[in-house]
Design a binder for this molecule. Sequence first.
Ligand code: PEP
Ligand code: MG
Length: 355
Amino acid sequence: MRANADTDEDARKARELGAEGIGLCRTEHMFLAADRLPVVRRMILASTPEEEQAAFEELRKVQKKDFAAILKEMSGLPVTVRLLDPPLHEFLPRVDDLEIEKATKGLSREDEDLLRAAHEWAEVNPMLGTRGVRLGVVKPGLYAMQVRALMEAADEVSSKGYEPIVEIMIPLTVTREELALARSWVDEVLSDINSRPVPKAKKGQKVVKRPKISIGTMIETPRAALRADELAEYADFFSFGTNDLTQMTFGFSRDDVESRLMPAYLEAGLLKRNPFETIDQNGVGELVFLAAQRGRKVKRSLKLGVCGEHGGDPESIDMFYRAGLNYVSCSPYRVPIARLSAAQAVIGTAKTKTK
Ligand code: PEP
Ligand code: MG
């Protein structure tokens, strides 16, 4: 039973409420903080490799602090850190707002640059666009910077007597080649960090050991589920991102469907449940079963979890248990009910077996 948490505060709450780890730390929430946004924008606007490197360096320092705070809170429990996922335009002002300002008041030079970038990164279908691991491909160095920040944070907290357990998660992969490439970026940073001396323990503390890192991916598209056998070759774990998996399987935009379409579908009886709340067992659920089987056929030890909203929904939890998942992860406040549901799923299955 894990929780989705992006800050040390969320992590503390999650632990208090019974979470046994963090199943999803969305690193974009650190990027969106008021003091980080200007640095993220500098990275996006960088016009030379030197400028980009300088922005990465600034981001690495602040991310390291955030990661250290979370790893301290979760000492002894696993923390799954997802590398950057959202499309970069989410970190820029809206094109329309800047165009209106340009037409009415005029723009500063800085805002002119932002407008250019906002046009450049705008996409017609951003949720199907440059996001997830694709960002890593078009912004080389971005994921390596995040991994470096994370590993430096792990070293720092280890030297203070905490026990970080780190899992690095690559979002939205759809092909074996993508995952192999992303894994190579992570491995490169890990081998560089491991070539450094292990940090010294403070007096009276246990000898510091570097944690073993696992590297996995999210299963968020039908293709990833269908090709789970190939992805398993390069993954130590899968986490089902059932929000995106539902969006991509139904072809329902998760950001738009709730206002008009979903109420109409539910009222007309076209759907019994909102599939973004309770997993659609016959469609999305089948992909989860299939991916679990195909992944484990290649790697028996493959750890499987879910970190979409469904991870806190009792009916969905029952299905995840039957699909063989090892854990569910949901928002901290849903942890107690999810624990109860997970226990009921286990007992329910045991009863069926003894009948
Ligand atoms: C998901 O898609 O289920 C997921 C957990 O990722 P996000 O909600 O951040 O897209
Ligand atoms: Mg997702």
